[in-house]
Design a protein around this ligand. Sequence first.
Ligand code: ATP
Ligand code: HSE
Length: 316
Amino acid sequence: MAVFTELSFNEVAAFFRGLGLGAPRSVRGVTSGIENTNYFVDTDGESYVLTMFERLTFEQLPFYLHFMKHLAARNMPVPDPVADAHGVILHPLRERPAVVVNRLPGASEAEPAAAHCSSVGECLARLHLAGSDYPRQQANPRGLQWWNEVVSVLGRCVSARQRLLLSTELSFQNELALSSDYRQLPKGPIHADLFRDNVLFERERLSGVIDFYFAGCDTLLFDIAVCLNDWCVDGLTRRHNVERAAAFLGAYESARPLTSSEHKLLPAMQRAAAFRFWLSRLWDVHLPRQAALLKPHDPSHFERILLMLRGEFALS
Ligand SMILES: Nc1ncnc2c1ncn2[C@@H]1O[C@H](COP(=O)(O)OP(=O)(O)OP(=O)(O)O)[C@@H](O)[C@H]1O
Ligand SMILES: N[C@@H](CCO)C(=O)O
């Protein structure tokens, strides 16, 4: 489960008092998620999520929290961080940064249909447009620089075949980043982790986009590729689902048409997105943090998707 730090009811109540919120009626640890400690907290008539950050620092967090506030102010269905009477959002709790946001309605959709992919595509395009005047800058924390840092470390933990795949894909991505097409890609603040578990639906209606804690400034195309690799891939075969991908891209382009460089580089960027999550999942398996992750995600899922995108993996 994902509650790394156990809090007492009284600690939560004191934190809520400090923010000028009502007294908690119920406090429940959230068992999903692998990054932070989350509690659902209900007061009279309102529902909130209290998040304690296990990895992110007081210096890194304002970018994410103000990005959420910026989007919420533009009517995007994202959590809106609660500020205290002095306008301060982020406070220490057990010496870790902690924040309270409103709890959004709905539940994630593990088996999305084309209609869900279409809603996500349209929402992502609106998010990119709404983010275009967000003034803060912070690089994608799991972008090219991080890949270059971790590949040599991970190379010591994997097989010779995987080591070769790590190094050849890294070279390809480094070269891609130097190309003139890449340099023309539109950039801005992106979510960068918009998987199925980070979008909430009420029936067919998209009711929430959560978990902005891997957001950063990068190419908008990277966000699109992350979504295609999760929302539009069949769980069993890991093949791209043409109908869902068309629904996702069609809806995205109805709000923000892709540029010619974006069309051209989409396949390469899907490789980048598969590589990024293969790397982070390998990292979580081989180099777990002290607060042991009980259930790291399976790295081989993205290794296979990457191989398929490179044309090196044939299904038997
Ligand atoms: N604002 C919110 N409104 C509704 N539910 C939320 C909200 N924030 C978090 N949740 C719930 O808590 C769960 C865990 O949250 P979150 O995904 O932010 O955790 P995490 O540890 O960062 O997870 P991940 O492994 O995806 O990085 C979500 O799957 C969702 O059910
Ligand atoms: N979405 C990530 C988990 C971290 O948010 C993954 O599936 O590996």
